[in-house]
Design a protein around this ligand. Structure first.
Ligand code: AMP
Length: 374
């Protein structure tokens, strides 16, 4: 009973040439697919490992059509792809992730409304459009609260924490980007995330839950398995599976959540693509999030991910490159990944390291002792 799937040598088009596109491309190349990537940067991280790169902006309609006519299937590595442009190419090429998922995940207001409609627990919030609105609605939300732009934010950009009334003034510039979400601050004990995959045949598979630490709103470390109780773990898997089904997902989706002291889970954000907190899957699981994503979009059956060994993943930002380069010769267990970015900039994600271990606390301590991430 074989279902239709794309055969090796078919071409996968990727919108976005960053590290996620690169790791998708590496997985797809291993399976024998051809890759064409669209990105405005010449010799982009994904372009370096692809068969071809179209150098153009993500909303360049003509370039996107060019990508669509040369590809058998098109995927994207980030959610800020131009909606209309994607809808346009959907008429000429198979885009398994579709446009609906994109429209929901690129707008926090729609995303929150969608999560509520699925009966999924989220932080109390209100949509605000001007200063008066903030002053009024914060009465219901209370301090501290977070003001977030509805569109375009990532890694904590487009956010402002309001601790008291006098903070409102400084947060107002965010309204220039349009409507915002005013959200209650959840006093979480842990942040976790889970990657789920679904294919067109309706098969759903989840990856182990990862426990994440952010520094300055940027992911710093992921530890797997997350140290949460069994109920929390089961609930996280159930939420991810439910969303994959409701959204008719084809590809992978990451779900970020907060866990409070009492064990309550709050979904914070969805990412309709492989996720930084799932990089550990490359070495630690029986299948990586990238290979699973490619299998889903080419119409192959999914594998059930198994954790082969607990793992710690740490990001290498621009300011860590020098330290990592000096130290890596002394750490045989470091799986060092670099993304081929030419320009080293502070806070820019340049690579990551995964370490497989039976003692994740000891590894975190070892990483601390290197002082690279101080
Ligand atoms: P986001 O861009 O929504 O993923 O937020 C970036 C980071 O800000 C999260 O990973 C949290 O550490 C923090 N954060 C965002 N929203 C909240 C919230 N409602 N309560 C507490 N912390 C938050």
């Amino acid at each position: 009973m074989s279902k239709k799937h794309l055969l090796p040598n078919s071409t996968i088009g990727i919108i976005g040439g960053g590290q996620l596109g690169r790791m998708m491309a590496l997985s797809a190349k291993a399976m024998g697919y051809r890759i064409i990537v669209l990105d405005p940067t010449v010799d982009s991280p994904a372009g370096q490992v692809s068969d071809e790169q179209i150098v153009a902006e993500y909303d360049d309609r003509r370039a996107l059509r060019d990508l669509a006519t040369h590809a058998d299937v098109v995927t994207y590595e980030f959610e800020n792809v131009d909606y209309d442009a994607l809808a346009d190419i959907e008429k000429i090429v198979w885009v398994p992730q579709g446009t609906e998922l994109l429209s929901i995940t690129q707008d926090r207001i729609l995303e929150k409304a969608y999560l509520e409609s699925c009966n999924i627990n989220i932080a109390p919030y209100a949509v605000v459009v001007d200063e008066e609105d903030i002053r009024e609605k914060i009465k219901g939300i209370g301090y501290p609260a977070i003001l977030k732009t509805a569109r375009g934010g990532y890694d904590g950009k487009g956010q402002f924490v309001l601790r008291e009334e006098s903070d409102i003034e400084a947060a107002l510039p965010l309204l220039r980007y349009g409507s915002c979400v005013l959200e209650a601050f959840i006093p979480f004990e842990k942040e976790i995330s889970i990657v789920v995959a679904r294919n067109g045949a309706g098969q759903v598979e989840t990856f182990p839950v990862s426990e994440n630490v952010h520094v300055n709103n940027i992911l710093h470390t992921s530890v797997v398995p997350a140290k949460i109780n069994q109920d929390g773990d089961e609930e996280a898997h159930a939420i991810a599976e439910k969303l994959a089904e409701y959204l008719h997902l084809e590809g992978v989706l990451a779900v970020e959540m907060f866990v409070t002291k009492s064990g309550a889970l709050y979904v914070n954000e969805l990412a309709p693509r492989p996720h930084n907190s799932g990089h550990y899957t490359i070495e630690a699981c029986s299948i990586s999030q990238f290979t699973q994503h490619i299998r889903a979009i080419v119409g192959l059956p999914l594998l059930k991910p198994e954790l082969l060994k607990p793992a710690v993943m740490v990001n290498i930002l621009g300011q860590h490159v020098e330290g990592v380069n000096k130290a890596m010769g002394s750490y045989a267990r470091w799986f060092v990944h670099y993304y081929g970015k030419k320009e080293v900039k502070r806070d820019r994600k340049m690579g990551h390291i995964t370490i497989l271990t039976n003692d994740t606390d000891a590894v975190l301590q070892d990483l601390k002792e290197t002082q690279i991430w101080d």
